[in-house]
Design a binder for this molecule. Structure first.
Ligand code: PHE
Length: 454
């Protein structure tokens, strides 16, 4: 079976795919707001701590598991220990849930790319978003499907499933090799333009202003770990699946460092771009930056159109570049999320790749229709909140505890990684995964839950 396992054609191909999975909506629309709400400049401390002690070590761990056991996440975990298969399925299930709403946000971004050509959102983008585009119903009501979202959503799913049917090398690798360089190019233009806007510095000052007192708040630490895990796509079976398509001779440790640092660099870039633009808007309106910062959906789809309206020139072009970047970043991530459960189903039930893409992707696309209804936004907010506040960090914590302490696999995995990598892993890797991450993350989660109850 292993001889027929699909493979990435080159090292660059794998890195583009992994970086493509990591760089996503989370980097552009999630990171800047999360950082701002959790201590601004002070957030970088827990963020860097989580990146270095949990993010990159876990990335190395997941790359090694996939490379060593050569299977999708459930199969790899089953090979690691016969009692561990469920962990793989659990991660696959979280990925499935993420795919169902992530696809819808990409669909919105696709619509907005088209709207940008004519600034179709008019003078009141918030009203346009909620009333005309999403047609949001009263809280609690589902109220039927919204046709214009459906069209965009259909395009998103057709492209994604088309790429996956084409396979690892001809589909995933080829698509990400085109999309990621294009994304970086377009987004750099967005950021440079934003940085040169009047008021940009005020935005950046607001973004980087440190609130040190936040550092003792457990919630801030959970937010940092959550951001790192979500942003690096770890804890969701994704990086295990991708690395199972690596050729036998592949430098795991280096690949993990490249992926981790590229992702954070892009995230920081997005922070610069978004806050420069917010500073510009605050100045135009004569208000403080904190009055214009919103999170998530409203930030991207109501505040940004507003900013684009106020642009000195070439408004349409800026809109196309911004929303086009969201679409590209989203696609390369969605492809990886869907591949995860497609691969799981394919190996478990021994069906062809095409069949499992059609079954897995088909079911996910049907479920995603829930968010294309008039009540979809409320539903999406709830699921997203739940996944981010409870699912993401918890999935990573369970993974490290089981592998380090229950199945005691860190030593054999370290030998495997060392045998194929240029740099040997030092003792730090084991200490981070078996001690630092479980203690810090475990304590913070416990503290957070305690505060929520009290
Ligand atoms: N990492 C991607 C992002 O930052 C998306 C993603 C999240 C992919 C979770 C897989 C799992 O948006």
């Amino acid at each position: 079976m292993d001889q027929q396992r699909p493979m990435f054609g080159s090292r660059a191909g794998f890195i583009f795919a992994a970086v493509g999975s990591a760089i996503g909506l989370g980097n552009i629309w999630r990171f800047p707001a999360v950082a701002y709400e959790n201590g601004g400049g002070a957030f970088f401390l827990p963020y860097l701590f989580a990146l270095l002690t949990a993010g990159i070590p876990l990335l190395i761990l997941e790359f090694t598991i996939g490379h060593k056991y050569r299977g999708s996440s459930p199969l790899s975990f089953a090979r690691l220990n016969k009692n561990a298969e469920w962990l793989g399925w659990w991660q696959v299930a979280i990925s499935f849930v993420i795919a169902t709403y992530y696809s819808v946000i990409i669909a919105w971004a696709l619509s907005y790319t088209v709207f940008s050509f004519k600034l179709s959102w008019g003078n009141d983008p918030t009203n346009f978003l909620l009333t005309d585009y999403l047609q949001v119903a009263d809280a609690g009501a589902f109220g039927g499907l919204v046709p214009q979202i459906l069209v965009a959503l259909a395009v998103v799913w057709i492209v994604t499933l088309g790429v996956l049917v084409a396979g690892v090398k001809r589909g995933i690798e080829r698509a990400t090799k085109i999309m990621i360089p294009l994304l970086v190019f377009l987004f750099l233009i967005v950021v440079i333009r934003a940085l040169t806007l009047e008021g940009a510095m005020n935005g950046l000052n607001a973004f980087f202003k440190p609130e040190w007192s936040q550092l003792t708040n457990g919630k801030v630490w959970i937010a940092a770990y959550g951001q790192i895990f979500f942003s690096l796509s770890i804890g969701f079976a994704i990086m295990i699946t991708y690395s199972s398509y690596l050729p036998k001779k592949s430098d795991i440790t280096n690949n993990a460092f490249i992926t981790g640092f590229s992702n954070s660099a892009f995230e920081l870039l997005a922070g610069f771009g978004v806050f420069s633009a917010l500073g510009f808007m605050a100045m135009q309106q004569g208000v403080g930056v904190d009055e214009v910062v919103k999170s998530g959906v409203i930030l991207a789809f109501a505040v940004f159109p507003q900013i684009i309206n106020e642009f000195p020139f070439a408004n349409e072009l800026f809109g196309v570049l911004f929303f086009g970047s969201l679409v590209l970043a989203g696609f390369t991530s969605l492809i990886s999320i869907v591949e995860t459960f497609v691969a799981g189903v394919q190996e478990k039930f021994n069906v062809s790749r095409t069949k499992s893409v059609l079954i897995g992707g088909g079911v996910a696309s049907l479920v995603s229709l829930l968010y294309a209804t008039r009540g979809g936004l409320n539903f999406l907010d709830t699921v997203d909140y739940f996944i981010n506040n409870f699912g993401v960090a918890f999935a990573g914590l369970v993974e490290v505890i089981l592998i380090a302490w229950v199945f005691k696999q860190l030593d054999p995995l370290k030998s495997h990684a060392d045998a194929v990598s240029d740099i040997r892993l030092g003792a730090w890797w084991k200490i981070c995964l078996s001690i630092v991450t479980p203690i810090v993350l475990g304590y913070m989660m416990f503290d957070n839950i305690r505060q929520n109850i009290a």
